[in-house]
Design a protein around this ligand. Structure first.
Ligand code: GLN
Length: 278
């Protein structure tokens, strides 16, 4: 069968399984299996994959039909112009988080050697992208999950980046350390809502999603502990869940922030909170 025909049939199978973006996903998997760009494959009416390539594609399809996230199957995700490794057990980087990285880069742009901390780093997407956008920055990343720390270290090596990556609970491994900017995309989904997420999201680690009863547990801890880890005039930049930005800003002010600001994501949902300290 030619590639075009294979893609047509695969997209139909995925659609029947309820996969949200069947054309994109089938093309991305076939492209990876044969090592040719997706766009070219859609136009291939003569050529097709070899038997081995097709077998590999079928293995990927079987996983996607079970609603495993595409990025776990491909093993990579794009973030701020970088290709990051992804793996089951670690949260997949999301486009909305790119906006938080850009906001942090904007805040730190004028400084010579800003010291930045990425708390709950997962793949390392925030910290590694800031290192790329801010040459000269000194970046530390931390996560409680051993799987996340191992993956973030692989990403660091792959990108040839120079930064510390520590394992521990929030500020646990950072006693006595102070930063100009702390960025974090902590778990923020209310516990009860974790039971009824999109099928793909249910395959991601609960530990990276569950923010406690009201979803705000990590913001309370960050609000309480961040001041001891900030330099004078430092800032905290947080990603927040749906409907959580106002409450999070309030929590940060109660914790001592002098000023807070909220920004929305590309869907117009209030999604990020900046907290500035005196
Ligand atoms: N953005 C993820 C989602 O909505 C949640 C990530 C998180 O809890 N930080 O599925």
């Amino acid at each position: 069968m030619n590639s075009r025909e294979i893609l047509k049939r695969a997209a139909e199978e995925l659609r029947l399984a309820g996969v949200p973006d069947p054309e994109y996903d089938s093309a991305a998997m076939l492209a990876q299996a044969v090592g040719r760009p997706a766009l070219a494959l859609r136009l291939e009416t003569e050529q097709g994959p070899t038997e081995a390539e097709e077998a590999e594609f079928r293995r990927m399809m079987a996983r996607r039909l079970r609603r495993e996230p595409l990025q776990y199957i491909l093993g990579t995700a794009a973030f701020c112009g970088m290709e990051l490794l992804t793996a089951p057990g670690v949260l997949i980087p999301r486009p909305e988080t790119e906006l938080l990285a850009e906001w942090a880069a904007e805040r730190m742009a004028g400084r010579r050697e800003p010291e930045i901390l990425d708390l709950c780093c997962g793949t390392g997407c925030l910290g590694l992208s800031l290192l790329k956008m801010l040459p000269g920055a000194r970046v530390a990343l931390s996560d409680l999950s051993g799987e996340a720390v191992r993956l973030a270290r692989k990403n660091r090596e792959r990108l040839g980046a120079d930064c510390e990556i520590l394992q521990g609970d929030l500020f646990g491994p950072l006693a006595g350390r102070r930063f100009d900017c702390i960025v974090s995309n902590p778990p923020y989904i209310p516990s009860a809502a974790c039971e009824c997420l999109q099928e793909e999201v249910m395959r991601e680690p609960r530990m990276a999603l569950d923010g406690g009863k009201d979803g705000l547990d990590f913001y309370r801890r960050i609000a309480a502990e961040a001041p001891a880890h900030l330099k004078a005039g430092g800032a905290v930049l947080l990603e927040t869940g749906f409907g959580e930005a106002e409450d999070t800003a309030g929590i940060m002010r109660e914790g001592g922030a002098a000023r807070t600001e909220i920004r929305s994501d590309l869907n117009g949902i209030a999604r990020m909170v900046l907290a500035e300290y005196a």
